[in-house]
Write a protein that binds this ligand. Structure first.
Ligand code: TXA
Ligand code: MG
Length: 314
């Protein structure tokens, strides 16, 4: 496993290798979408089951549209507002998109990342890149090149693009028109909030935005994003000794680490996964306190990840 530069990454990706690349959300395990062998390699390295579909990363809108059989007009407004950026759009696919990518679904998830290196790599490879987060299945996503190295040791090369600006995965949505209303389904909350979607769409359309808990987005299995230490969500005061946490996890603990969420959702997103990792360096449990000041709609994506990462709540 080594750190590679842009040129080396482009050459490797062109040749069909899998390379970890930075994006503004989290690092991704990239591979060209037109090689079956490369796609299989992504699943193998990640130890990801084939029922969990991959996001396709493009450098521009036209590249995304070329992979879709239908493109809701509302996606043009969303792409104009949020691309490049942390929004993934799910639309009916063309036959050119391998069913390995979509796990047999007839839709494909598309995103144009905002990181300059990612954009340049996709442009120079000349083919869209599949890119799940660069972690083993079910584990915490990487937000630094070192996290990818720690996870995969010498299995994949990584391009170091510095720490990720957003720190949490993209928001994944689908859109359907029903009469005069656009129904936006949030399959995974993420880097673009509900309020940001509303601000762009409501002046122009009648929209209803709802959270979907769909089998179509199985990345949303209950247990996901788990650090190596168990996470316990505490509502109310943090217990002064570890007994209630041990009781909640039904096992003795060497210590209890407290994860203090920063004051804004942006900062909390940026630091969450790095904190999960840091607080797993020594065995124990991680407690996170849920209070009014860190709840509410702007914190939806953060609590989605903490909840999926958690083993208990008290
Ligand atoms: O920010 C991100 O989105 C990062 C960076 C690397 O771009 N990527 C990422 O990929 O988080 P991954 O594979 O870890 O998560 C992709 C999510 C999965 O939960 C998957 O179920 C969902 O997107 N997904 C992919 N294709 C889908 C589809 N056709 N319909 C519904 N959900 C889909
Ligand atoms: Mg992931």
């Amino acid at each position: 496993m080594s750190i590679v530069d842009l040129k080396e990454a482009v050459a490797a990706l062109r040749a069909g290798d899998v390379v970890a690349i930075p994006t503004e959300t989290v690092y991704g395990l990239a591979g060209r979408i037109d090689r079956e062998q490369t796609l299989r390699q992504i699943f193998a390295v990640k130890q990801r089951p084939f029922f969990d579909p991959l996001i396709v990363h493009v450098a521009e809108l036209a590249q995304a549209r070329a992979l879709t059989a239908e493109w809701p007009e509302i996606f043009d407004d969303l792409a104009r507002a949020f691309w490049p950026g942390p929004l993934t759009l799910v639309a009916p696919k063309t036959d050119a998109v391998s069913s390995l990518i979509t796990s047999g679904l007839d839709t494909v998830a598309l995103r144009c990342p905002r990181h300059q290196l990612a954009l340049e790599i996709i442009r120079q490879v000349g083919v869209p890149l599949a890119g799940p987060s660069a972690n083993r299945f079910g584990r915490t996503s990487p937000t630094r090149a070192q996290d990818v190295k720690d996870e995969f040791v010498d299995e994949v090369s990584v391009v170091d693009g510095g720490p990720c600006e957003i720190g949490l995965e993209s928001t994944v949505i689908q859109a359907q028109r029903q009469g005069d209303t656009w129904k936006i389904g949030i399959l995974r909350p993420g880097g673009v909030s509900r309020a940001q979607l509303q601000a762009v769409l409501e002046p122009k359309y009648k929209v209803e935005i709802e959270r979907l808990h769909s089998v179509a987005s199985p990345g949303h299995l209950k247990a996901h994003y788990q650090p190596t230490n168990p996470v316990v969500i505490v509502r109310g005061p943090i217990p002064e000794d570890k007994a209630p946490i041990e009781h909640a996890l039904s096992r003795p603990l060497e210590r209890v680490h407290t994860l203090i969420l920063p004051a804004t959702p942006e900062l909390a997103a940026r630091t969450l996964y790095a904190e999960f990792r840091r607080l797993s360096e020594q065995p124990g449990a991680i407690v996170v306190q849920q209070i009014a000041a860190n709840s509410g709609p702007d914190w939806e994506a953060i609590w989605d990840r903490i909840e999926r990462a958690s083993s208990a709540r008290i």
